[in-house]
Design a protein around this ligand. Sequence first.
Ligand code: ASP
Length: 439
Amino acid sequence: MSVKVVKFGGSSLADANQFKKVADIIRSDSERRFVVPSAPGKRFKEDTKVTDMLYSCYELSSAGKDINEEFSKIKERYNGIINDLGIDLSLEKEFNEIEFCFKAKSGRDYAASRGEYLNGIVLAAYLGYTFIDAAEVIFFDDNGSFMLDKTITAIREKTENIENAVIPGFYGMTLNGTIKTFSRGGSDVTGSIVARAVRASIYENWTDVSGFLIADPRIVDNPDVIDTITYKELRELSYMGATVLHEDAIFPVRTAGIPINIRNTNDPTAAGTMIVPEDSGENSSKTTITGIAGKKGFCAINIEKAMMNSEIGFVKKILDILYNNHLSFEHIPSGIDTMSIVLSSAELEGKENLLLSQIRKEVQPDHLEVEHNIALLAVVGRRMYKTRGTAARVFAALAHNRINIKMIDQGSSEMNIIVGIGESDFEQAIRCIYEIFVD
Ligand code: ASP
């Protein structure tokens, strides 16, 4: 029988009512055997996530201040859930131990990890599942790097004879015995690792949206959900700012070819988004493009020099200058006698004058300037390379909306078209491309 790993985010476990929805989802499918919970998230917009409460509580404690009031609020969150669910469970022993460790300065990561740890105990008790402490199965080396092989072996050994278990997300243990967390949102990563270890047929990631949207809903009204996306496309869109899933959540399942299904706890019948290794063709989406994403805050260093294209080593000299200044760039579109380096403005800050003077000295350009306030926009779609006219449609849409294109880049995979435009055109550009392909 195949196994499913299900991860539930903080908003899916914010209160007892959400816990009940989660339990219904898990119980409705006997293949959902391994559960990875986050810490309780926000119950309403102005609410505070338990993880953030733990961080601030630990800060107080490290500054030698009294944590009674803050810590009681954290206890209340869990006790509220336990009481409303009506389960026979007391976390007093755990609370005392955590308070003691806070005072003994057990570390920020330790503090934050307790959100998932306690939530895991509550969820396991509610479901009647075995609780497996992530500190026993998720490992980091002494430099803090995640140890995949050791972790996979440990999870396999531990779960071998267990039918159902809850393994808290977000943290693990270093070889010297201290608790370490992944970066924020890291329960997604734990879910992916567990899925790989138990050879899951699917990794279901339950959150509060019905999947990835084709475009940012703050820009496009009510955008469609992406039904299927490949890992590669997801990487392109995430890089350009689309967020739902932690970036590092891809790699553990990707090599094993396990699909990820993004689902909505508040709308469990919605199919959500399937993230698959390759497009098998059978679940091909309706539209040529898969998604549109973008970011503001870029600039372009434009360099012009007659006969640049025949000058051997010209680009190398420029790249050396970037390297020596520890600058990474996004794109280098080039013409016969021109090249531009597109990079994030934040990256260039404080280094602009030095960089320009080094370029002047090294390559003696005829013209050199920095153009600020550029936005990059990526139109991503695996079906693009088989479809004629995609670029034409993108550019026509921009032209009809009087949007000036500053840069065009199409990766060799022919899976995305990236355009650079002025920041003030950003929202309109996304809307008009969405309209032409989706609406
Ligand atoms: N609770 C952690 C956070 O808020 C980890 C997670 O939810 O994935 O970042």
